[in-house]
Design a protein around this ligand. Structure first.
Ligand code: SF4
Ligand code: SF4
Length: 379
């Protein structure tokens, strides 16, 4: 792993990067077009009625359980400033940024974050306006309300939450770790924001609200952006969910890292090959957006986001195939740390991709049932 002066995406910037409008995410557009997210849940109920393997009533109950905290915290705390409860009078006076950064990170890990980093809030990664999906679930604003926070919240603390390796192997059947890690992200960001608010500083917790997670996480030194459009971390690959806290507490930014993802993704196209909706790009990067879901100004592998969401609707639950098949998605154990030594140095990239396939990594888990009768009767 190398520490680098600039995030690794910087080398691919070709022009101005316009800020993205949250109303242009596939979820927000899908919401306007009859709410595809609701259609996905309706399809989920159809699946459980038919007792489809990996999509039974037990599976649906599992992801609902996982999402419980997420829904409650989103609706009540995320996307808006946290108000201190106990300490509304005293404020930490001129905390040393280095020391308080260390303490904030310790607290983030104590609360439950697996990875944590700090960056300056880059206005390019802040949405211009609130979109339908985030408004619907957080109720923190109205659709179309402008978002201007970079000046008043100059730092962002970004956290990553590991999803379970074995559970992700179930995808595209139900894998409920996405849901439980959203809950953990909501819990961690709200709790950390409360800690900062009680110190006397401003703090907005968020998971998907307010800004684009991947570049913020790259800026905070948590990993690099991959072909699959996700954050690739050193320890868990793309098998993480991200949360963050925007704040005016004076902090010290972390240094971005280079773990070899850019060159590796150039030779590995596994996510684009196995994506069931063909939403991921093969071959070389482009700075040309496919549609309103992408922005110009940077060479990358833009995603056909609505095509991806349409697959989720058909599937009846979200999909993590592009996480499952990624060679960076490995248990963080001794064997894989050894292989990572070569991957990070881009030694034998093609050979590593070949053996990843030959050894059967990335295949869907065979055992995705519960071994009990999941047929239904009316309550
Ligand atoms: S989530 Fe599934 S459908 Fe969407 S891009 Fe990833 S692999 Fe493709
Ligand atoms: S599957 Fe391969 S190309 Fe896709 S993000 Fe992972 S390493 Fe990159």
């Amino acid at each position: 792993m190398k520490y680098v002066k600039e995030p690794t995406y910087t080398q691919f910037i070709t022009g101005d990067i316009p800020r993205f409008d949250d109303r242009n995410t596939a979820f927000s557009k899908g919401h306007r077009e009859g709410n595809k997210y609701t259609s996905m849940h309706n399809q989920c109920v159809e699946n459980l009625k038919k007792c489809k393997k990996g999509k039974t009533v037990i599976d649906a109950a599992t992801f609902s359980a996982g999402a419980t905290v997420d829904y409650v915290v989103r609706r009540n705390l995320l996307g808006r400033e946290i108000v201190p409860v106990y300490n509304t009078v005293h404020r930490l006076k001129t905390p040393d940024p280095k020391k308080i950064s260390r303490i904030v990170k310790e607290k983030a890990q104590w609360i439950g974050a697996d990875l944590v980093g700090i960056a300056k809030t880059d206005p390019r990664w802040i949405y211009t306006h609130w979109g339908e999906q985030n408004v619907r679930y957080s109720q923190a604003a109205e659709v179309g309300d402008p978002i201007e926070i970079a000046e008043n919240y100059p730092y962002v603390i970004v956290m990553a939450h590991e999803m379970g390796y074995e559970i992700v192997r179930r995808s595209p059947a139900v894998e409920a770790d996405t849901d439980i890690e959203y809950s953990r992200g909501a819990w961690c960001s709200a709790s950390l924001a409360t800690f900062i608010a009680e110190l006397g500083y401003r703090a907005i917790p968020a998971v998907n609200e307010i800004g684009i997670n991947v570049p913020l996480a790259v800026d905070a030194g948590l990993g690099e952006a991959g072909r699959n459009g996700q954050l690739i971390t050193r320890d868990y690959g793309p098998r993480v969910r991200i949360s963050k806290v925007f704040t005016n507490l004076p902090l010290v930014s972390d240094t971005p890292i280079d773990i070899g993802v850019q060159k590796f993704c150039e030779v590995c196209e596994l996510c684009s090959i196995y994506c069931p909706s063909k939403s991921l790009m093969k071959k070389e990067r482009t700075d040309q957006p496919w549609n309103l879901h992408n922005v110009p100004g940077m060479l990358k592998w833009p995603i056909k986001a609505m095509q991806c969401l349409d697959f989720w609707v058909k599937n009846g639950n979200h999909c993590s195939v592009c996480i499952r098949v990624c060679p960076w998605n490995k248990p963080n154990n001794l064997l894989h740390k050894f292989v990572r030594f070569f991957v990070e140095r881009n030694i034998m990239n093609k050979t590593i991709v070949y053996f990843d396939q030959a050894l059967g990594y990335g295949k869907q888990a065979k055992d995705i049932g519960y071994g009990i009768d999941t047929h239904l009767e009316n309550r």
